[in-house]
Design a protein around this ligand. Structure first.
Ligand code: GDP
Ligand code: ZN
Length: 458
């Protein structure tokens, strides 16, 4: 029985007004639809056709370009039509209505890319990078997403899988000859092959970790007593006035967030409400939100007035910072104390930290002195090594799969030749983990999750 494939349609351009708006259709045999919309013309594949787009009564809805890509030479691998009309919401919706009238249904988010994946036009890592390219929050992230889209990440994974398959064939072949198996594996240098595979995997993991930092960025939470300068520091880092700065303690009632980009890495900074006990209901809500922000943070910037030290209030604030969070202590307002800016690490003599944070930075949010030290330290603390050639954008999902494969290879190497069947099983599991990245053995529900996060029209 032939599988029924619905024709899908969506407005592919961003909502709102624009110079040009694009409607995209994908499905089987779209020429009849193309002819109906163009008033009887037949578009040639890959040639722009300038035409009216007409309704059921042959009245023009709009005019523009029709592009026709015949299967399988298209983004989705199916017939694809793009209608480039005028980018007003009313016109676009009328055109979309017309497509639906002609038998198309509305595309779900990511459905075009999902079809491209299902038709082997892209592997899963590439499909994800389509979304990453669209969502890229910095130029570096966009460059890396494009590299992944072109397959540079997948190429690394495929190389790993190929070498792994070679090793597995060797190991599984010996299972049939139990008497000589050890000699056989030793002669074929199975141990050396496994060690090299582990090295290669470590390399890819290191690169993917950098890519994930670039994609996910970092969450930074500002904590500290009222008036210590949290809002001022946030403004100084962001470069404009987004938080309210006043001399009255407790002015920043709500968490205020800002995203900045440091060396290509998106950094989400949240200014807290001061995290102190209060009966004020508005402030109470802010505190709850701050508490949540702390649970999702990577780094806590703890602002301290070194003269006042830690009073009871500040101590109770500090007790809310999860122990696992990385901490940077910031002693602000050095301009008032005539100190100079600097970074101090644990164990340094001149360091007088009041919070036991591993790093202490002295700066002035007002004069800007020491801010660059803080920026550098933030990047260092999450392990960012700077953009390098060949880096690709990676997701947490990819990192988890790589780590799983790494563990299985370690198990295989620890297990050694003692139990060949176990060795074979660990290698098989390692391959399964790697295959999840490119989507070779991916469960349907995972696909659903991945593609539902796309925007409509992609
Ligand atoms: P928050 O309550 O922790 O958010 O503190 P604010 O950012 O609102 O700052 C409280 C007061 O301290 C304001 O009057 C700021 O202008 C002042 N302030 C903040 N940072 C500095 C600094 O580095 N030097 C000086 N001299 N004043 C500062
Ligand atoms: Zn504030």
């Amino acid at each position: 029985m032939m599988e029924y494939i619905a024709t899908i349609a969506a407005i592919a351009t961003a909502p709102g007004r624009g110079g040009v708006g694009v409607i995209r259709l994908s499905g089987k045999n779209l020429l009849p639809i193309a002819q109906s919309i163009s008033g009887g013309k037949t578009p040639e594949p890959r040639k722009a056709l300038y035409t009216d787009f007409v309704d059921a009564n042959n009245q023009a809805i709009d005019n523009g370009l029709m592009l026709y890509f015949a299967a399988p030479a298209s983004f989705t691998g199916e017939d694809v039509i793009e209608l480039q009309g005028h980018g007003g919401p009313v016109v676009m919706n009328m055109l979309l209505e017309r497509c639906l009238q002609l038998g198309a249904r509305l595309a779900e988010p990511g459905e075009f890319t999902k079809r491209a994946f299902l038709n082997n036009k892209l592997d899963l890592a590439q499909a994800e990078s389509v979304a990453d390219l669209i969502d890229a929050s910095s130029q570096s992230a966009a460059r890396m997403a494009l590299r992944s889209l072109k397959g540079s990440f997948s190429t690394h994974i495929h190389a790993l899988v190929d070498n792994l398959i070679n090793l597995r064939m060797l190991v599984e072949a010996t299972l049939d000859f139990p008497e000589e198996e050890i000699d056989f594996l030793e002669a074929a240098d199975a141990r050396g092959k496994l060690a090299r595979l582990q090295d290669e995997l470590d390399n890819v993991l290191a690169q993917a970790t950098q890519g994930a930092i670039l994609r996910e960025g970092m969450n930074v939470v500002l904590v500290g007593a009222p008036n210590v300068g949290k809002s001022s520091l946030l403004n100084a880092l962001a470069g404009d006035d987004i938080a309210i700065v006043t001399d009255i303690a407790g002015t920043t009632r709500d968490t205020v967030r800002e995203q900045i980009v440091l060396d290509g890495v998106p950094i989400h900074i949240i200014d807290t409400a001061g995290l102190r006990e209060t009966s004020d209901i508005v402030e109470q809500m802010g505190i709850e939100r701050s508490y949540k922000a702390l649970q999702n943070a990577d780094v806590a910037l703890i602002l301290i007035d070194p003269i006042e030290g830690i009073n009871a209030k500040t101590a109770s604030i500090l007790s809310m910072v999860p122990p696992s969070l990385k901490r940077i202590e910031v002693q602000n307002k050095i301009d008032l104390r005539g100190e100079s800016a600097g970074v101090f690490y644990e164990g340094e003599a001149e360091r007088a930290s009041v919070t036991q944070a591993s790093t202490l930075i002295k700066l002035s949010a007002k004069s800007g002195e020491g801010l660059s030290l803080l920026r550098e330290e933030l990047l260092a603390i999450i392990g960012w090594q700077g953009e390098s050639e060949g880096l690709f954008l990676a997701r947490t999902r990819h990192l988890n799969a790589l780590k799983m494969a790494k563990t299985e290879l370690e198990n295989a190497s620890i297990n050694g030749y003692d139990n060949i069947e176990l060795l074979a099983e660990h290698l098989r599991l390692a391959q399964e983990a790697l295959n999840e990245i490119t989507g070779e053995f991916t469960a349907d529900d995972l696909l659903g999750v991945i593609f539902s996060r796309f925007c409509i029209g992609k």
